[in-house]
Design a protein around this ligand. Structure first.
Ligand code: HSE
Length: 299
């Protein structure tokens, strides 16, 4: 009558694919323990790793909101206790809110005997994102829930496609110790773009997807360009240009902001390269006295 679930960090946007592309990594991630309870209602009994910053009110926390909506939808009145262990930083661009909300809804579905198919859990997880930042984007929650690399082909109707990934694709993620709220990072984006910018962007999204399907890492690298969102947001990340250049000089296929930042990710074709790129990026932040953590993962 209890279950523990791990949900991984995710890299959303993947440069050119704002709100439509994302992939899951091996680490870090969040852990959620759910327990059936005789006491009515959904209660968060403990949260660790958040420095006391997350709300314990079940209506206000992303880990519980997806559980509440799931139970409401199925008309189930079951008492639930939640223990949340945050193992990744808030406001980091690593899909922290997404990991908690996905872990919650995945856990409740398992605990109650898989009443829904995994794909039908996605809208509940998107409610968690809406609560966290005022937008129900799926490019963190979908890869978190499905694993691997996903394309959100359409939001209405929701159409999520899981993409294959070349076996030798590695991600380096660096999290500099500054905070960016997704809400703020969305507010500074242009509301309109020129047709020529749209052409460049969908060319790159198509190229990136084709590169994944064709195992063509050079095409993946060429397609990792974002002339719309990255220039608007990179001003929020001290040292961005230098750190990106360091990653590319160290052999990265491409490099951009992870989700809404401040984390930055780079792709490469070996674990050694991914580690070397991480060291080079870290030096870039060291140079401006910003501490950082590096994660290396398969894609
Ligand atoms: N696609 C979202 C954004 C991801 O860039 O705002 C947020 O993590």
């Amino acid at each position: 009558d209890s279950i523990k679930v791990f949900a991984p960090a995710t890299v959303a946007n993947v440069s050119c694919g704002f709100d439509v592309l994302g992939f899951a990594v091996d680490n870090p991630g969040d852990e959620v323990l759910l327990r059936l309870s005789d006491k009515k209602g959904v209660r968060i009994t403990s949260i660790t790793g958040d420095d006391g910053r997350l709300p314990k009110d079940a209506e206000k926390n992303t880990v519980s909101i997806s559980i509440l909506r799931y139970l409401e939808t199925l008309g189930i009145e079951q008492g639930i206790e939640i223990e949340l262990t945050k193992k990744m930083p808030l406001g980091s661009g690593l899909g922290s809110s997404a990991a908690s909300t996905v872990a919650g809804v995945y856990a409740i579905n398992q605990l109650l005997g898989n009443k829904m198919e995994v794909k039908d859990l996605l809208p509940f997880a998107m409610e968690g994102e809406f609560l966290a930042c005022g937008s129900a984007h799926a490019d963190n929650v979908a890869p978190c829930l499905y694993g691997g690399f996903v394309l959100v082909r359409s939001y209405d109707p929701l159409d999520v496609v899981k993409l294959p990934v070349p076996a030798n694709l590695y991600a380096t993620i660096i999290h500099p110790h500054v905070e960016v709220q997704t809400k703020d990072a969305r507010n500074i984006l242009p509301k309109q773009i020129a047709l020529s910018q749209a052409v460049a962007q969908w060319g790159n999204v198509g190229g990136l997807v084709a590169g994944l399907l064709m195992n063509d890492t050079s095409l993946i690298g060429r397609s990792m360009q974002d002339h719309i969102v990255e220039p608007a947001r990179s001003v929020l990340i001290p040292g961005f240009d230098d750190v990106k250049k360091a990653a590319l000089d160290a052999g990265a296929l491409g490099c951009s902001i992870s989700g809404s930042g401040p984390s930055i990710f780079a792709l490469s074709t070996s674990q050694e390269a991914a580690q070397k790129i991480g060291q080079a990026m870290k030096k870039g932040f060291d140079a401006i006295n910003i501490g950082s953590d590096v994660y290396v993962s398969t894609v």
